[in-house]
Design a protein. Structure first.
Length: 220
């Protein structure tokens, strides 16, 4: 059962706030919701995420100074249109980009294959995710510390990308996905401008086992 995109959502702002909130709609079977956030904040503090009031799990995070890129997930999210909410334990979001993507046909017992996070001073962001099986879905959350346009690497599907500026922070943030066809995927983004630092996180999802395949395994 191939993992399939159900729906997406996104928001961005250069106006300081203690809460990020936007709508997302979930439907279908064997669901999993992924939320990515890229932000510059006045204080490097922990981020909490909820969907329809239910806490999400932080799967991957990379923080450098006051910049953070993170990924949260929620297994079997409530169906219908509900609110994604992100808050910081202290300080505030000064600039931010946030994205959501829900999937169907995700393994409901062991949904996460692996996670990776890294950073470096470069206008080309890369993170390698290994130990994959064909059909795994890899999602990334990437941030650059300069507000020039960012472009996904070959083979990736763009979910959302944006540039945000204000008097305190300039960032570019985005999310993309790619289905694994080999045991390793390198997720990448690039910027035209030099002199930026990137932060990137990634998570790999495991597809659900088809009913007929499950029955065969049980019989054996």
């Amino acid at each position: 059962m191939a993992i399939t995109v159900d729906s997406t959502g996104s928001t961005k702002s250069s106006v300081a706030s203690t809460v990020i909130a936007f709508s997302h709609t979930c439907q279908g079977n064997n669901r999993l919701l992924v939320v990515g956030v890229q932000q510059g904040t006045t204080i490097g503090s922990a981020i909490q995420a909820t969907y329809a009031g239910t806490s999400m799990t932080q799967q991957a995070v990379m923080g450098v100074g006051v910049h953070v890129a993170a990924i949260f997930t929620l297994l079997a999210p409530t169906t219908g249109t509900n609110t994604v909410s992100l808050t910081v334990s202290s300080g505030r979001f000064n600039t931010y980009s946030a994205e959501s993507v829900s999937f169907t046909s995700v393994n409901q017992t062991t949904p996460i294959r692996s996670t990776q996070s890294t950073f470096a001073a470069s206008s080309i962001a890369t993170v390698e995710v290994s130990g994959l099986s064909a059909g795994d879905m890899v999602i990334d959350s990437a941030l650059f510390t300069s507000a020039s346009a960012m472009t996904t690497g070959a083979g990736q599907t763009l979910i959302f990308a944006s540039t945000i500026t204000n008097a305190d922070f300039n960032i570019a943030g985005g999310m993309s996905i790619e289905t694994a066809t080999a045991s390793t995927i390198t997720m990448s983004w690039s910027q035209v401008s030099a002199g930026s630092t990137y932060l990137i996180t990634a998570v790999a999802l495991i597809e659900a086992v088809a009913a007929a395949q499950s029955q065969l395994i049980w019989m054996q």
